[in-house]
Design a binder for this molecule. Structure first.
Ligand code: ASP
Length: 438
């Protein structure tokens, strides 16, 4: 029989009613054998996530202030889930353990991890599944760096022959037992790690949206959903700001060639978005899969006659950026011109030194810095072997009367990046969307 790993996000496990939906989803298909749980998320827009409550509790304890009130609120959130589900779960003993650790030696990651730990235990009880503590099988080294191969080996050994298990997301432990968390949203990573370890047929990532949309719905009304996309396309789109999954969640499953299906707990019949290495063979109507972008870039432009014949010019220019620890995003060049595009937030602290060094070392004829640049990535694997997409992108921008400041195409031809003024960003996205999506 196939095996699926299902990760449920915080909003999917925010209260008793959501737990019941999750249980219905899991019980609907026996292939759903491994479940990764987040901590209870928001029940309504201005609610507080349990993880945030746990952090506040830790900060109060670490500052020697009273943390009992907030710990009591955390207990109450779990208690209301337990009561709604009608299960027998001794939350007070669990809270006592946390309380005594807080009063003795408050530890930030340990505290943050209790959200997932308790939620996974409660879910396991409700489903009548086994419970496996991530501290036993997700390994970090002494410096707190995740140990991918060791974790994979141990998790595979533990889970071989063991099915119907709930594992808390977001954390693991060092060899001495100290708890370490991933960055925020890290339960996605745990799900991916478990999927790789059990060589799953599918990694279902259940959240509160029916998959990815082809662009930001705050900019374009009702954008088309993305039914399927490749890992490479996902990487391009998420780098440029489209987010449904934690960035690091892609690597383990991609390595093992396991598809990810983003699904909606509140609309379980929606197919969601399927992410895999190979795109489905059905031809896609649109060559463009998605459009994403970000504001806040700076371009440093230099012009020097006969630059093209000066060996090492580009290297020297990039070295200046790297010497100041500023990573660059793009480097469009002309015959005698070159520009380096980087994030303004990284450039700003070294602005004056970088400018001085360029002037001194490269002696450019002309030199200027352009701020307030937005980059937009138009992404689609289909663009590589078809004609006309770039023309449509440009036409879309010209119809929207947008001045294009930069154009760059990735070497694999799966993306076209355009740079526009920050103020034109939204209009540019709308213009491109109208031109390339049907
Ligand atoms: N609970 C953690 C957070 O809020 C991890 C997660 O939900 O993935 O970031």
């Amino acid at each position: 029989m196939q095996r699926y790993v299902c990760k449920f996000g915080g909003s999917s496990l925010a209260d008793g009613a959501q737990f019941k939906k999750v249980a219905d989803i899991i019980k609907a298909r026996p292939v759903r054998k491994y479940v990764v749980a987040s901590a209870p998320g928001k029940r309504y827009p201005d609610d507080t996530k349990v993880t945030d409550m746990l952090y506040s509790c830790y900060y109060s304890a670490a500052a020697g202030q009273n943390y009992e009130l907030i710990l009591g609120q955390i207990r109450d959130r779990y208690l209301s889930i337990i009561n709604d589900l009608g299960i027998d779960f001794d939350i007070d003993s669990e809270i006592d353990i946390i309380d005594s650790s807080l009063s003795r030696n408050p530890q930030k990651d340990y505290m943050a991890s209790r959200g997932e730990y308790l939620n996974a235990k409660i879910l396991a009880k409700y489903l009548d599944f086994g419970f496996l503590d991530a501290a036993e099988c997700v390994h970090f080294d002494d410096n707190g760096v995740f140990m991918a191969e060791e974790t994979n080996r141990d998790l595979n050994a533990i889970l071989t022959g063991r099915e119907y298990v709930v594992i808390p997301g977001f954390y693991g432990a060092k060899a001495d037992g100290t708890i370490v968390t991933f960055s925020r949203g890290g339960s996605d990573i745990t799900g991916s790690i478990v999927a790789r370890a059990v060589i799953a047929d599918m990694y279902e990532n259940w959240t509160d949206v029916s998959g990815m949309l082809s662009t930001d719905p705050r900019i374009v009304k009702n954008p088309l959903p993305i039914e399927a996309l490749s890992y490479r396309e996902l990487r391009e789109l998420s780098y440029m700001g489209a987010s449904v999954l934690h960035e690091d969640a892609v690597f383990p499953v991609r390595k093992a060639n396991i598809p990810i299906n983003i699904r909606n707990t509140n609309r379980p019949d929606d197919a969601g978005t399927l992410i895999s290495s190979e795109l489905p063979r059905i031809p896609r109507k649109n060559k463009v899969t998605g459009i994403a972008g970000k504001k806040g870039f700076t371009a440093v432009l230099v012009e020097k006659s006969s630059m093209n014949s000066e060996i090492g010019f580009g290297m020297k220019m990039l070295k200046i950026f790297s010497d100041f620890g500023v990573s660059f995003e793009h480097m469009p060049t002309g015959i005698d011109t070159m520009s380096v595009v980087c994030q303004t937030s990284l450039f700003e602290p070294h602005r004056d030194e970088i400018i001085e060094t360029i002037k001194e070392e490269l002696k450019p004829d002309r030199f200027y810095v352009e701020d307030n640049l937005a980059l937009i990535a138009v992404v689609g694997q289909g663009m590589a072997y078809s004609r006309g997409t770039a023309a449509r992108v440009m036409k879309g921008l010209s119809d929207a009367r947008i001045n294009i400041k930069m154009i760059d195409q990735g070497s694999t031809e799966i993306n076209i990046i355009v740079g526009v003024d920050d103020v034109d960003y939204e209009a540019a996205i709308r213009g491109i969307y109208d031109a390339v999506m049907e």
